[in-house]
Design a protein around this ligand. Structure first.
Ligand code: FBP
Length: 547
């Protein structure tokens, strides 16, 4: 593999780790846990892995003599910067337990376990990928591990390779599956532990014990750099409004973090739109009013940040999408037989009157995008819905109406952008390189301590890395019951932006000034070398949350 100069220099970077992980570790067990809600149902579904204690690791003075272990690892779902470092940390951790330990990577996601596609990850391979972005060491995929047949098929290869622990690196859905798998293997006494690691650029896998999911830091820094570049261009030419959609599926954490970093003129927060029960029309009017007010001062330019999942949070659209999800889940085969040109009419005829009316009012492209295949977890693929174009077009139309009524005088020209994939495989920031390596190493400690059904947890991450706290959280603790594919299922609760949380409050207190004045910040690229105040800062979200 040809390497860039940065890659060569980064290979030498030694990730910073909590000081408790530097020698042999001992486990400390805390209090028993409960799921976040629906306790009775979750307890019934997870009799072997429910209620386990929180655990932390401390330095041990006794030298341990542990046996070699074989461990499997899977990268699951969307790419996130730092995944390779989780694997490197895990590798170094199991080698520290016993140098005869082996690590096997299952290829292209959970499907690799079921199809018995794997590769032994030796030191040479691991060294090639230290501190690099991407998931290409073993690939990733979105196959949902959910049936006992899949679990049994996986167990065949685990037994063949003498693997006694499996680490699943994934988002909320993949960690939910990790928990179901842990419970199943515990129930059939398979002798295989399952450990999860919190990954997703979306930042929505976090709670009291998981401060952030890895990849969020780097992805937001990459997006903020390019938004900053656009803002500088925008402020130089002063002739365009840039509508920028940002990845993040449901939650608006990425949009909020980027807003805190770049101070745009407008940033929509889906969770607020929902809380205020706003319609699409309200959102359009909100933006159009800011455009008009800036135009009145001669500023016919600006930036609008749009979270990827916005459309699902507009209450009327949410109801429509819920009915559409149920309809498509229950009539998938019939719908596939309907001719493409007749699909829109078919849906209009089959939805309830109110939803049918809204669906009918949508532009053709958006209506079609709403019926595209769901991902294997039943989610609408919001990255395929072009809300940035929809809003730019609707704001333009609204401004024309306002101009006709004498309420707007200006020039409106829009440019649209979608930043998503360009941030997911970036070289990890120092924060993500350190955090990921520590998460992987902690996973090895959980394995060494015989735990299963736990998620690796590293906390206190706004302090210097030496003071970070490594431990494990029972995955059942993060669960609640939700409707998926038309059925109630136990799933890890997604962490949405909290409107009473400090990051949102900070944004809300400043957004009017950013809307009407031009107070852009141009953060520039991630720095890997240089002073700590430039290279080692966490996201603003985390810094504000933990302040
Ligand atoms: P994960 O939740 O699996 O980490 O995926 C995150 C994400 O990047 C979302 O932000 C986005 O909506 C989705 O993946 C896109 O999925 P795909 O890579 O399958 O197009």
């Amino acid at each position: 593999m040809a390497k860039s100069a940065l890659q060569i220099a980064r290979a030498a970077y030694a990730p910073k780790v909590p000081k408790t992980l530097r020698g042999t570790v001992k486990i400390q067990e805390g209090a028993a846990t409960q799921s976040v809600s629906d306790q009775a149902e979750i307890k019934k579904l997870f009799p072997n892995t429910y209620g386990m204690p929180l655990v932390t690791f401390a330095t041990d003075t006794d030298k341990q003599n542990a046996a070699a272990i074989n461990v499997g690892v899977i990268l699951s779902g969307g790419q996130a910067p730092g995944g390779h470092n989780v694997i490197a940390g895990l590798f170094d951790g199991i080698k520290a337990i016993n140098s005869g330990s082996k690590l096997y990577g299952f290829l292209m996601g959970p499907g690799g376990l079921i199809d018995h596609k794997y590769q032994e990850l030796t030191a040479d391979i691991i060294d090639e990928y230290r501190n690099t972005g991407g998931f290409d060491m073993i690939g990733s995929g979105r196959t949902k591990l959910e049936t006992p047949e899949q679990f049994d098929k996986g167990l065949e290869i685990l037994k063949k390779l003498n693997i006694s622990a499996l680490v699943i690196i994934g988002g909320d859905d993949s960690n939910t599956n990790a928990c179901v798998l842990a419970e199943y293997y515990a129930q059939i006494k398979a002798g295989v532990q399952v450990i999860g690691c919190p990954k997703t650029i979306d930042g929505d896998l976090k709670n009291e014990m998981i401060e952030t999911s890895f990849g969020f830091d780097t992805a937001c820094k990459v997006y903020s750099e390019v938004i900053g570049n656009i803002q500088r261009d925008c402020n130089s030419a002063r002739k365009y409004w840039h509508f920028i959609k940002l990845m993040g599926r449901s939650a608006s954490h990425i949009a909020l973090e980027c807003a805190l970093q770049v101070q745009p003129n407008v940033c929509l927060i889906s969770e607020e739109v929902e809380a205020k029960n706003q319609s699409l029309d309200d959102v359009v009017q909100y933006i159009a009013d800011i455009v008009a007010e800036r135009a009145a001062k001669g500023n016919n330019f600006g930036t609008v940040l749009i979270p990827e999942g916005l459309i699902e949070f507009i209450p009327a659209m949410k109801k429509l999408m819920a009915e559409l999800n149920d309809f498509l889940a229950h009539h998938a085969e019939d719908f596939a037989r309907v001719r493409r040109s007749e699909q829109r009419q078919h849906i209009i005829a089959n939805l309830s009157a109110s939803n049918s009316k809204i669906y009918e009012s949508l532009p053709e492209t958006v209506a079609r995008q709403l019926t595209l295949d769901r991902d294997p977890h039943g989610n609408v693929q919001v990255s395929l819905i072009e809300t940035e174009k929809l809003l730019a077009e609707m704001v333009g139309n609204r401004l024309n109406e306002m101009a006709a009524a004498g309420k707007y005088k200006g020039k409106f020209a829009a440019q649209v952008h979608f930043f998503g994939y360009e941030g997911r495989c970036a070289a990890p920031s120092n924060y993500d390189a350190d955090y990921c390596y520590s998460l992987g190493y902690t996973a090895s400690c959980l394995i060494g301590a015989g735990k299963t059904g736990y998620m690796s947890s590293v906390r206190n991450t706004t302090a210097p890395a030496a003071e970070w706290l490594a431990g494990g959280v029972p995955i059942t603790m993060m669960m609640n019951m939700e409707k998926r594919h038309g059925e109630m299922k136990p799933v890890i609760q997604k962490a949405l932006v909290r409107l009473d949380g400090a990051p949102f409050k900070k944004f809300a207190s400043q957004r009017n000034a950013w809307a009407f004045n031009t107070e852009y910040v141009y953060p520039g690229p991630i720095q890997y070398f240089g002073p700590t105040e430039v290279c080692d800062q966490p996201t603003k979200t985390l810094a504000i949350e933990l302040a």
